[in-house]
Design a binder for this molecule. Structure first.
Ligand SMILES: [Zn+2]
Length: 116
């Protein structure tokens, strides 16, 4: 395959960067029909399973396995946001973009016993 062919078949320029909004769109394009058919409950089970796999990889997995499990957890979380119609980029910006939602500071000053 020539580089021109591989550029044509590539989903996006491989700049090494992907925004949250781009990732959510990518997940939507790849899986939306399947995700809607599975629904939130079934997809949530996949998320929980992947969280378990992330925990296992953090305890004894290789760096490569850990990276893959972080990606899987994030992909399934993003999938649920797509099914629920939540724009993750907006949600995260609104809640965390101006600092800690608990104390409002960019460096959290909530007491340790509090969940920020
Ligand atoms: Zn705080």
């Amino acid at each position: 395959m020539s580089s021109t062919d591989s550029e044509r078949t590539s989903r996006r320029e491989d700049s090494g960067e992907i925004t949250l909004a781009e990732f959510q769109n990518l997940i939507r394009e790849m899986y939306y029909e399947k995700d809607i058919a599975r629904g939130i409950d079934g997809t949530f089970m996949w998320l929980v399973e992947e969280i378990g796999e992330l925990a296992s990889s953090l305890r004894g997995g290789s760096r490569e396995e850990q990276c893959e499990e972080f990606a899987d957890v994030f992909a399934w979380l993003t999938t649920i946001a797509n099914i629920a119609g939540v724009d993750l980029s907006t949600a995260i910006r609104d809640k965390y973009g101006s600092g800690c939602p608990g104390c409002g500071s960019l460096i959290c000053s909530c007491r340790d016993a509090e969940k920020p």
